[in-house]
Design a protein around this ligand. Sequence first.
Ligand SMILES: Cc1cc2nc3c(=O)[nH]c(=O)nc-3n(C[C@H](O)[C@H](O)[C@H](O)COP(=O)(O)OP(=O)(O)OC[C@H]3O[C@@H](n4cnc5c(N)ncnc54)[C@H](O)[C@@H]3O)c2cc1C
Length: 366
Amino acid sequence: MAENLDILIVGAGPGGMAAGIMARQAGRSYLILEKGGNPMQGIIDTYPKGKKVYPTIPKKYTEPFPVDEVRPPDSRVPVEAYIDQARAVARDLDLNIRYNEEFKAIEGQYPDYLVKTASGTYLARNIILAFGSNIPNDLGIYGEAKTVARKIENGEDYIGINVLVIGGGNAAADVVASLSRIKREAEDDTTVYWAHIKEKFEINKDTARDLGEEVLLGGHIKILQRAVPKIGEVDADGIDRLYIHQTSGAAMGDDLYLYQGMSFPMKNVIACIGHHGPSAIFDALDLQQITCTGAICKIAKEGERLLMLSHNLETSHKGIFAIGGAISPSHMEIGSDGIIKEKRHSNLIYTAVLDAKIVMDHLLSP
Ligand SMILES: Cc1cc2nc3c(=O)[nH]c(=O)nc-3n(C[C@H](O)[C@H](O)[C@H](O)COP(=O)(O)OP(=O)(O)OC[C@H]3O[C@@H](n4cnc5c(N)ncnc54)[C@H](O)[C@@H]3O)c2cc1C
């Protein structure tokens, strides 16, 4: 076991890197543990190839981007350029990141926490959990886990086939725009179907602008609202297929309803239906969570468990903090009046970096 670190950070995403940069600037001993082989591994694993990265700041926030080194440029560069920027920052600042080191558990108590990884133990006074939120939601359809993609591995694989993208948020919209662009540039006439279970899509302005541009440039995008993934089936040729139906809302009397459906080979389906928070990990770490019941929660669903945090993003264990994707899209905050409320937390690079600043300001204050 090495020295007693002042700050141990789990995850080298935007939040973890920002915290590391601030710890370094303040001359504090710190270490970032990253389970992947690169800085921003979470982004590498989840963004479609060529996706533009926006430095989006949600409306209610007034502070500028707190750490410039991890701020995506205003010119909306492709994700590959943003990753290159992160690699250059890690190298030029000689950030203390240990790659391929997966965090597993915490033992002991403040100020002598023992942080266990797959291959070692670290002694640390404070711990910042910045491991994002990468546990994909299920479609709830038999067989999906094996065959339905969660992101575009290689866009060219989808040339010449009709694709179904499922999901109503920014991640789905990005995939739709990227696939449409790849098909258009290859002069491919097949269609990108975009299905969402609800009537309304929830995407931010930057993403909507890209998508609108793609439609105007002649992209073959068809939108399927109120489209519910129904069953996985195997067709006569032995191909796994996904069937979705759209409720037209037309009741035909006598308890009959009119549905229209489409069936896609599962290999042509990309499900961008979000991620759920790392509640099981928080449980294993014995960090207090609160269950949403009645009208307590507006963002999380009834029965979901949300991590409880102070306004400094400190968990129920002194010296253990959680930031970024790991506490999105909401968590419970104990106000200075002692009242606990659900707090909305947009899952954005900006908010992850701002969280890092909130925690570091607290840790660096005299
Ligand atoms: C498709 C898509 C497009 C998006 N586009 C934008 C955009 O344009 N602009 C924007 O602001 N936001 C965008 N976002 C959201 C943004 O990427 C996230 O809000 C941001 O990455 C969260 O940062 P983070 O540091 O909290 O977590 P992450 O970026 O998820 O980083 C967490 C890191 O922790 C590592 N890790 C996980 N578990 C462990 C472990 N046990 N041990 C060690 N390391 C671990 C991961 O490998 C990862 O590198 C997008 C998200 C998606 C999915």
